[in-house]
Design a protein around this ligand. Structure first.
Ligand SMILES: Cc1cc2nc3c(=O)[nH]c(=O)nc-3n(C[C@H](O)[C@H](O)[C@H](O)COP(=O)(O)OP(=O)(O)OC[C@H]3O[C@@H](n4cnc5c(N)ncnc54)[C@H](O)[C@@H]3O)c2cc1C
Length: 455
């Protein structure tokens, strides 16, 4: 059985690993040459780390740093306002919460997808770089590649990111992302340089590793820092209101600005005018990659992630604000579900009697059935995570938010005053074994079928 995946970001590579392990022949089509690998760091909560661990991800080579606390402090004096510690997160949830340099997470995933000769992990994935997919026929599983070649697959996964062009083929209409009015500055600095400053050192020395967020309530800015690469690199992410460029008439239009660009140090410092001088020094410590400003976007929740032989995953399916640092995590979770659902499709199809034709008909039937189950499992989890992330720190206080969530998800919710990454939010968003849930759903579906009921 053959799968074609569009995009080799975290979602596409995770799906490739999962489907390889399920025994499929997998080809990934990636537009870029991987030369533009995005810097900065990323944190994976237990719901994602569990899958990485099962896949044999090399956490030592990736020099991960445990994430064990979330501390909020005031911008003007850097004094701690609240702290949530979770040193026992691995004991409670079964897997750790870890921070990575993005390049190391991406590199580790790529190695897992492509490594040769590993027993029980299926055939290595073929990744075609510099290979743009121009269109997709979701019903028939056909990808049109740049240059005009068409490839037909049993299963297609679209993972071409937030600015997906193929989503229009999937939905049958255009659904571009919308600006949120918020942007983020991201940059990395050497932790040695940070710790050389006595005032800054007090922010990190003797503290648990994890998120440290300085907030400026007046200008509505949150500056989150955490370490990666064995604690040697400090990741910085400053979420702030987007300053729209002025046109000749003096009016701003956010749609005119590109979605990521190098930011000038002076502009960043002007944004951070209310922050303590010690913190502001981190701006001039930026590594040679400089400070990149990214616009933050959103898209209304999708009602379904599947169509015909095709599923959408990752930011294509659910682009979200980084409030809960959960976008990649929920994509890894989705990939782990694909592994469970597609493990036995080939062997199940072989049970059909009547030769190759009957086999193909049965295979198509099972693929579509499994994709429907994928949708049933993933829509509630992914849309919940996206909706609460896009609500920002206001969370469940936001009018109408709970009703919006209840259109898709009917499980427990945190209390309305819960802060991002609080105990209550972690419990709902990150204490979840998607793989186990999929195993159970598959078993229930199979036994319902055996009993003559519709699954
Ligand atoms: C500031 C910030 C911080 C975040 N922090 C966290 C965090 O700590 N934890 C977390 O879990 N998540 C976090 N996220 C979310 C996370 O970064 C994203 O959810 C994740 O990277 C999305 O991965 P993706 O593979 O879906 O998309 P992308 O990374 O965008 O990958 C899409 C790929 O598809 C390729 N492509 C596009 N079009 C085509 C085409 N037509 N043909 C072929 N290839 C194509 C692109 O070149 C690209 O390689 C954060 C997001 C932001 C903005």
């Amino acid at each position: 059985m053959a799968a074609g995946i569009v995009g080799a970001g975290i979602a596409g590579l995770s799906a490739a690993i999962a489907l390889r392990r399920a025994g499929l022949e997998v080809e990934v089509y990636e537009r870029s040459e991987f030369k533009n690998e995005i810097g900065a760091a990323i944190s994976t909560p237990p719901n994602a780390t569990a899958a990485l661990r099962r896949w044999g991800f090399d956490f030592v080579a990736a020099q991960t740093v445990p994430n064990l606390s979330t501390r909020y402090a005031a911008a003007e004096d850097l004094g701690t306002v609240s702290e949530s510690r979770y040193e026992d997160i691995e004991d409670v949830m079964g897997s750790p919460c870890l921070s990575f340099h993005r390049v190391d997470l991406h590199g580790g995933l790529r190695a897992l997808a492509t490594e040769e000769g590993v027993e029980g992990k299926g055939k290595p994935v073929a990744i075609h770089l510099g290979c743009e997919v121009l269109s997709v026929d979701c019903e028939n599983g056909v990808l049109e590649l740049a240059g005009g070649r068409r490839v037909r697959k049993d299963l297609i996964i679209i993972a071409d990111g937030a600015h997906s062009k193929l989503l229009a083929d999937f939905l049958g209409y255009q659904a571009p992302v919308q600006p949120t009015g918020r942007s983020i500055y991201r940059w990395l600095v050497s932790m040695d340089e940070v710790m050389a400053d006595p005032e800054l050192a007090t922010q990190y020395r003797d503290e648990l590793p994890g998120f440290l967020g300085w907030f400026d309530a007046q200008k509505h800015i949150l500056w989150v820092t955490y370490t990666c690469r064995g604690g040697t690199v400090l990741n910085n992410a400053v979420v702030h209101d987007t300053a729209a460029p002025q046109n000749k008439e003096g009016a701003g239009n956010e749609k005119d600005i590109s979605w990521h660009a190098l930011a000038a140090t002076d502009t960043v410092l002007a944004t951070l005018s209310n922050f303590h001088p010690a913190a502001r020094q981190i701006v001039s410590m930026a590594s040679e990659d400089g400070i990149i400003e990214h616009r933050l976007f959103h898209r209304p929740p999708l009602e379904s992630f599947v169509r015909g032989r095709t599923a959408v995953i990752g930011d294509t399916a659910h682009v979200m604000m980084p409030t809960h640092a959960a976008g990649a995590a929920i994509a890894i979770e989705s990939a782990s579900v694909l592994e469970v659902l597609f493990r036995d499709v080939e062997s199940q199809s072989r049970n059909a009697t009547g030769g190759e034709e009957a086999f193909d008909v049965e295979k198509e039937h099972i693929i579509k059935e499994r994709l429907r189950l994928f949708d049933k499992l993933r829509i509630p989890r992914c849309n919940l995570t996206m909706i609460v992330s896009n609500a920002g720190p206001e969370g469940l206080h936001r009018p109408g938010l709970e009703q919006e969530i209840r259109r898709f998800y009917h499980g427990p919710l945190p209390p309305s005053d819960a802060l991002p990454w609080s105990d209550e939010f972690r419990e709902v968003l990150f204490h979840h074994d998607a793989s186990l849930e999929a195993e159970q759903a598959l078993r229930n579906g199979t036994s319902a079928k055996e009993n003559g009921k519709d699954s």
